[in-house]
Design a protein around this ligand. Structure first.
Ligand SMILES: Cc1cc2nc3c(=O)[nH]c(=O)nc-3n(C[C@H](O)[C@H](O)[C@H](O)COP(=O)(O)OP(=O)(O)OC[C@H]3O[C@@H](n4cnc5c(N)ncnc54)[C@H](O)[C@@H]3O)c2cc1C
Length: 365
């Protein structure tokens, strides 16, 4: 926990994803005022689950949580397999934890003040006084005044659009189908191992991540230029067709899944905005920097942003100091985020180049 004195700033956070909730936690644990506004009627299961890496685990520990102990399931190794099921490469993951989105969200909300998150509030626009926002307005008519506004509203951030900081979102060429299935035997057999099976010549891979509670998350990554993206109703036949050559243990997992609950993830490949803040409004998590899926860093970077931002806000002596604090936030975070963005692009290029060795570890440190 942070020991710096809490600022009197009232912080309004848009978005109750991992970033918004981690930031709110960093603030309320230190008695600072925070309110989170979420468009959904309750916590969203979107994204199913994540691999928390060392940096994400450190961020959570600084918020009083215990990943790998009371939160999530430890993953010690990642295996890359070929279509025959032979192991092509194996890497140890010194500190990784598989966690569902709802486990993470619930943990971040543990002990939170009752009125912290206000569900059913879709951000619409800011009201401004010169360069400073004075209120966030929501489509249900609510108008909320605050001193600081944090846009943690994800990859298609309306707050970012309201700042005019958005470029046109560029769709990533690699897409992902993700689902979660209850399969206690497979979960047990995988133990602490994340398995990824690669097609040798085409941009196609399947990953299986055990959750340690009888469930397994699986994902299919595909190059959408080689494999035209299916509509949701066609996902079953898409998988039947393209996974025919994959090992039986992969097809068995996919076949028993409820595909109506699978998620088709249209990834985004976007350059970082020139600036992550405007006056007293700052972008964080996916709203500032969507990442490609290969790095497994989306949620980890979002948690790190939240921790850095909460520390800087707590240290801030008032509204006037905010601009310098936000510059400091960006100075601290931009190099790591840029590294992950480029790592993700490199991994995507390798994935889409048939025949090249692509046995690298599917995470960015
Ligand atoms: C299918 C899928 C699988 C993924 N798998 C992984 C993975 O394995 N590992 C990984 O690291 N990352 C993964 N990601 C990416 C990861 O989900 C994000 O990087 C991470 O959730 C970012 O957190 P965030 O809080 O910044 O944004 P989000 O999690 O997107 O949260 C944003 C929140 O803002 C809310 N919101 C949006 N617009 C508004 C509005 N106008 N008003 C109010 N509220 C709003 C949303 O409802 C949401 O609750 C996955 C994403 C998807 C879609």
């Amino acid at each position: 926990m942070l020991s710096v004195p809490s600022a009197d700033l009232r912080t309004a956070i848009v978005g109750a994803g991992p970033c918004g909730l981690a930031l709110a936690r960093g603030l309320w644990l230190n008695s600072a005022q925070a309110a989170v506004f979420e468009r959904n009627g309750g916590p969203s299961p979107r994204g199913f689950g994540f691999l928390l890496l060392g940096n994400g685990c450190d961020a959570l520990r600084s918020l009083g949580l215990r990943p790998g102990e009371s939160l999530g399931h430890r993953i010690d190794a990642v295996q890359i397999l070929n279509l025959d099921g032979a192991v092509l490469a194996e890497y140890s993951l010194p500190e990784a934890v598989a966690v569902t989105r709802s486990q993470l969200v619930n943990a971040l909300l543990e002990g939170a003040p009752k009125q912290l998150v206000r569900f059913g509030h879709q951000f619409d626009r800011f009201e401004w006084d010169g360069e400073m926002a004075t209120a966030a307005c929501f489509s249900n008519g609510l108008r909320h005044e605050a001193d600081v506004f944090v846009a943690a509203d994800g990859v298609r951030s309306q707050c970012r659009q309201a700042l005019g900081a958005t470029s046109r979102l560029r769709s990533g060429q690699v897409k992902e189908i993700v689902a979660c299935v209850r399969l206690p035997t497979v979960d047990k057999e995988l133990g602490g191992c994340f398995r990824k099976v690669l097609h040798p010549t085409e941009g196609l891979a399947v990953g299986l991540v055990p959750l340690g509670d009888g469930h397994v998350i699986w994902f299919v990554q595909f190059d959408s230029q080689q494999f035209p993206t299916p509509w949701m109703g066609e996902v079953g036949s898409f998988l039947d067709r393209h996974l025919a050559e994959f090992p039986e243990f992969v097809r068995d997992v996919v076949i028993v899944s409820d595909l109506s609950r699978a998620h088709l993830w249209h990834t985004v490949d976007e350059d970082l905005p020139n600036c992550w803040s405007h006056g007293n409004v700052v972008l964080a998590g996916d709203a500032a920097h969507p990442l490609l899926p290969f790095t497994s860093q989306g949620v980890n970077m979002a948690l790190e942003d939240a921790v850095v931002l909460s520390r800087l806000l707590l240290e801030s002596s008032g509204r006037d100091a905010l601009i310098a604090r936000f510059q400091e936030y960006e100075r601290l975070r931009r190099p790591d985020v840029l590294r992950c963005l480029e790592a993700g692009r490199g991994m995507a290029r390798d994935f889409m180049s048939p025949g090249q060795a692509r046995f690298q570890i599917p995470v960015a440190a």
